[in-house]
Write a protein that binds this ligand. Structure first.
Ligand code: FE
Ligand code: FE
Length: 204
């Protein structure tokens, strides 16, 4: 457990750089080098989107850095931890355990790492499926995860441009491209992703 003061009340200032370094070291114990690179990319992209759209930059950077904290846990362990912590909300999660790395990651960050910032924890928890009524930080982390420079797929540059101008439109289009990807592969779709998309369409 990190010093809870450092971990819970992450505030820009003198301690900022060392705290980020400490978190990066912590990640290195859980994630592969490729995943660390992705996490650093998401951290920087989150900070950039936050600056662009008026969100707290350091909070976004930290949430981005930590968003995949549980990503390398084996499927059975994701299920076991999620069950123990009461995090299973739909049967789809047991069939597609990777969906649980958001909620389980947030849980671990709270219990093991001492992160107490609810906005960061929620953004981590929601980054895999999305959710209705996402906060600005939720949206930024979701988008940065899909758009960081290491991501390469058809249409990603358009989505990046869109994310500069219109966050909600970029979120909708990114979510839709994720839904299409899942459908094309014949995989299960989490109902909350549908709810998230409907919410965006209704509340634009
Ligand atoms: Fe992830
Ligand atoms: Fe990710």
């Amino acid at each position: 457990m990190l010093n809870p003061v450092v971990a819970g009340e992450f505030c820009p200032g003198d301690g900022e750089y060392s705290a980020m370094e400490e978190y990066a070291r912590l990640l290195a114990r859980r994630l592969s080098p490729g995943r660390i690179r992705h996490s650093l990319g998401v951290a920087e992209y989150s900070a950039r989107l936050a600056a662009r759209h008026g969100a707290p930059v350091e909070k976004a950077r930290l949430a981005g850095l930590l968003h995949d904290y549980a990503r390398d846990l084996p499927p059975q362990e994701l299920i076991a931890r999620a069950e123990r912590a009461g995090l299973i909300s739909h049967v789809v999660e047991k069939r597609v355990p990777v969906l649980l790395h958001g909620p389980v990651g947030a849980w671990l960050l709270r219990e093991e790492v001492g992160i107490a910032d609810e906005e960061i924890l929620q953004a981590v928890s929601r980054h895999t499926t999305g959710a209705p009524n996402m906060s600005l930080i939720d949206k930024i982390i979701y988008l940065a995860d899909a758009l960081e420079p290491g991501r390469q797929y058809y249409g990603v540059d358009d989505l990046r441009r869109m994310a500069e101008e219109d966050l909600d439109r970029a979120l909708l289009k990114t979510m839709e491209s994720g839904i299409v990807y899942v459908l094309r592969r014949g995989q299960l779709l989490h109902p909350v992703t549908i709810e998230a998309r409907n919410y965006l369409l209704i509340n634009r």
